[in-house]
Design a protein around this ligand. Structure first.
Ligand SMILES: Nc1nc2c(ncn2[C@@H]2O[C@H](COP(=O)(O)OP(=O)(O)OP(=O)(O)O)[C@@H](O)[C@H]2O)c(=O)[nH]1
Ligand SMILES: [Mg+2]
Length: 356
C-alpha cells in the first residue's frame, strides 16, 4: 500500500513523514518542483504476526508494508503551472490513497492556522489537475474524430470524460461517481487524483492537540480525518527509549503511535484486510480488499498460485490461538478446504494448493 502525503507548503508534510517513518528528512522548504521526494517503506505493526512467528519459529517473518511518499507542497496555481505532471508527482499518482496534511499551528511568522481554507485550496488543486487531464484527453479524441477515427471505444471514453468534467466542475471528486466496471477501467488509466481515497491529517500544535472537536467535526463532514501533533510526534519517534516514548505519549493523551493510527485509518479507508501464510520457512502478512476471494488472495501471493489454483486450505488466527496449535485446529476439524470464490476474512490463514 502506498500513501502520498500532500498539502500546502509548510503544512508539516515532512515533519509528519518523519514521525511516521522514524526518518530524519530535513524539514525545510523544497522551493522547487524538481526536488527529490522522500520515500520510505515501513512495516505494518500487527501483533498477530508477532504471535504467529513465536508459534512457527520461521526463518523469515515478513510484515505487510506501507510506503509513504512526501513531496513539495502544492499551492494555488500548481495544477495550472503543470507542477502535477513532473516525475515526482508521478510517484504520488501511483499512490493508493492520499493524505492531505493541513496546518493547524501558527506558522513561523505567527500566522494563525486556516485549516478549512487550506484543505479547500489543496482539494481545489486536485480537482483542477483532474479537469485539465480530462479536457486534454477530450481534445485529442476530437482530433481523432476529425481524422475519421470514430471508434466505439473512443466514443465511450468521450462519454465518461464528459460525465467526469461535469462532476468535477461542480467540485465533486471522481471517486464519488457511479461507474460500471468497464468505465472504471478506462478511468483508472488516467490516474486522476480525486479518484483516490483521501484522508485529512490535521496537524495541530501540541497545545491544541485533542481539543479541536469543532474543527474535527467540520472536516469530518467532508473527509475522513485524523489529528496529529506533528512536531511533537516527530520528536517522540526519534527517542530511542520506548518507555520514555510511552510516557510522553500518555502525557499528551496519545494512545497509539502516529504510524499505527494512520495505518488503521488507511486500512479502513481502502477497505483492506489482512490474511496470513504460515510455515517453518516464512510467516507473512498480506493485504487484500474486503470482499476479495481466495483466488485473488492467491494472486496477491504469486501469479502462479492464481493461475494453478486448486483449493485454499483455510483456518483462522483466532482458532489457532484458541486451540494452541495447527495440529489441534486440524484435529478439531477446523481447517476448511475452500474453492476459488471463498470470501477471505481478516485474520484468515491460507495455504493455497496449486498446480502449474
Ligand atoms: N508548532 C508546530 N510546528 C510544526 C508542526 N509541524 C511542522 N511544524 C513546523 O513547520 C515548518 C514546516 O514543516 P515541514 O514539515 O518542513 O513542512 P512541509 O509541509 O514539509 O513543507 P514543504 O516541504 O516546504 O512544503 C517547520 O518549521 C516545522 O518545524 C507542528 O505540528 N507544530
Ligand atoms: Mg517538506
Amino acid at each position: 500500500m502506498r500513501i502520498g502525503l500532500i498539502g500546502l507548503p509548510n503544512s508539516g508534510k515532512t515533519t509528519i513523514f518523519n514521525a511516521l517513518t522514524k526518518q530524519e528528512a530535513s524539514v525545510t522548504s523544497y522551493g522547487n518542483a524538481k526536488a527529490e521526494p522522500n520515500v520510505a517503506v515501513v512495516e505494518v505493526v500487527d501483533d498477530r504476526i508477532w504471535h504467529l512467528s513465536e508459534m512457527y519459529k520461521p526463518k523469515k517473518t515478513i510484515y505487510a508494508t506501507i510506503e509513504f511518499i512526501d513531496f513539495a507542497g502544492v499551492t494555488e496555481g500548481s495544477a495550472k503551472e503543470g507542477l502535477f505532471s513532473g516525475p515526482a508527482m508521478g510517484l504520488i499518482k501511483m499512490a493508493d490513497a492520499l493524505a492531505v496534511v493541513v496546518r493547524n499551528f501558527a506558522d513561523e511568522s505567527g500566522f494563525p492556522p486556516t485549516p478549512i481554507d487550506d484543505m479547500g485550496a489543496v482539494f481545489g488543486e486536485l480537482l483542477i489537475s483532474d479537469l485539465i487531464i480530462a479536457e486534454n484527453r477530450l481534445e485529442r479524441i476530437a482530433h481523432a474524430y476529425k481524422r475519421g477515427k470514430k471508434t466505439t471505444a473512443l466514443q465511450m471514453e468521450e462519454k465518461i470524460l464528459l460525465k467526469i468534467i461535469d462532476h468535477v466542475s461542480e467540485n465533486g471528486a471522481i471517486i464519488e461517481l457511479d461507474l460500471n466496471k468497464e468505465e472504471e477501467k478506462v478511468v483508472r488509466g488516467f490516474q486522476f487524483f480525486t479518484q483516490k481515497p483521501l484522508m485529512i491529517i490535521l496537524n495541530s500544535d501540541e497545545h491544541s492537540f485533542g481539543k479541536n472537536d469543532n474543527l474535527w467535526g467540520e472536516i469530518e463532514k467532508m473527509h475522513r480525518v485524523m489529528e496529529f501533533a506533528g512536531k511533537f510526534e516527530m520528536e517522540l519517534s526519534s527517542l530511542d527509549d520506548p518507555e520514555e516514548e510511552d510516557f510522553f505519549m500518555a502525557d499528551m493523551g496519545i494512545e497509539e503511535s502516529a504510524r499505527d493510527r494512520l495505518t488503521r485509518l488507511a486500512y479502513g479507508l481502502l477497505g483492506y484486510i489482512s490474511f496470513f501464510t504460515v510455515g517453518s520457512d516464512e510467516v507473512r502478512a498480506w493485504n487484500i480488499h474486503e470482499g476479495g476471494t481466495s483466488l485473488e488472495a492467491a494472486g496477491v501471493i504469486h501469479s502462479d498460485l492464481a493461475r494453478g489454483f486448486i483449493r485454499a486450505e483455510c483456518f483462522t488466527y483466532d482458532d489457532l490461538v484458541a486451540y494452541g496449535s495447527e495440529k489441534e485446529v486440524r484435529g478439531k476439524g477446523r481447517i476448511r478446504l475452500e474453492g476459488k470464490n471463498y470470501l477471505v476474512e481478516d485474520g484468515n490463514i491460507l495455504n493455497i494448493r496449486f498446480n502449474v
